[in-house]
Write a protein that binds this ligand. Structure first.
Ligand code: PGA
Length: 268
């Protein structure tokens, strides 16, 4: 099975109306129509800019993602939170869930990540669920244990939903080693492939078909210079891009690398 790669830009808390306008203009003019057919491209600005960027992105066939969503499925007294229904209403198609910065700086737990996933799925948003280990965890040989734990929590929450594990087929997973995020230190293609194969194996033990179809992105210091070798790995289906997504030229080059990577022959 050939999986369509995804390249998602996580703008984090960067941007302004002026900066966003020139970034989006640069990205849209740089993306070749062929690349857009072969690669799912998503841009995730801060919440407040989503609505105004939506028409332009939509008409260019680029997805719009949020960087977080409230776990509560029903609107209510949750000051500062944004509901999944609201994200849908302003044109979001995707949402990043459980980014390591949310986990580390805002104490998001595996359980909360699971609940957010359900609230996104309930309104038809595609969750981009992030998992990843700290350097100390990798260094002490605990990478698979940590990832297994993070992933199992999501699977368990999905199990508790009437739709069951089928919801996972509508999710995208992102392996983001915390030590590689914003550090300039990227996982080697081999390290990424090993973890991606582990993730697919873990899902396969529950549902072999979903394991083959679910896209698993790599994130952590992806740049034009290393994107292609990462995306050529058979279980790496594109990337979640932070810093390099703020430079139109770099982001476009990474999308082009995903398109080339998708031509790999070793795919499942
Ligand atoms: P980076 O960030 O590409 O700047 O390392 C990736 C991410 O945080 O999603």
């Amino acid at each position: 099975m050939r999986r369509r790669p995804v390249v998602a830009g996580n703008w984090k808390m960067y941007g302004s109306r002026a900066a966003n306008a020139s970034l989006v203009a640069g990205v849209l003019s740089g993306l070749a129509p062929r690349a857009l057919r072969n690669v799912e491209v998503v841009v995730c600005p801060p919440f407040v800019y989503a609505a105004e960027l939506s028409p332009q992105l939509q008409s260019a066939n680029v997805g719009l993602g949020a960087q977080d969503v409230c776990a509560e499925a029903v609107q209510g007294a949750f000051t500062g939170e944004v509901a999944a229904t609201m994200l849908r209403e302003v044109g979001c198609s995707h949402v990043i869930i459980g980014h390591s910065e949310r986990r580390a700086l805002y104490a998001e737990t595996d359980e909360l990540v699971g609940r957010k996933t359900l609230s996104a799925l309930a309104v038809g948003l595609t969750p981009i669920i992030c998992v990843g280990e700290l350097w100390e965890e990798r260094d002490s040989g605990r990478t698979y244990e940590v990832l297994g734990h993070q992933l199992s929590a999501v699977l368990q929450t999905l199990d508790s939903d009437p739709a069951g594990l089928a919801g996972l087929d509508r999710c995208i997973l992102a392996y983001e080693p915390v030590w590689a995020i914003g550090t300039g230190r990227t996982a080697t293609p081999g390290q990424a492939q090993d973890v991606h194969a582990f993730i697919r194996g873990l899902i396969s033990s529950r549902d072999a078909k979903i394991a083959q179809s679910v896209r698993v992105l790599y994130g952590g210091s992806v740049k034009p210079s290393n994107a292609r070798e990462l995306f050529e790995m058979s279980d790496v289906d594109g990337g979640l891009i932070g810093g390099a997504s703020l430079k139109a030229e770099d982001f476009v080059a990474i999308v082009a690398a995903a398109e080339l990577g998708s031509e790999r022959t070793s795919c499942c």
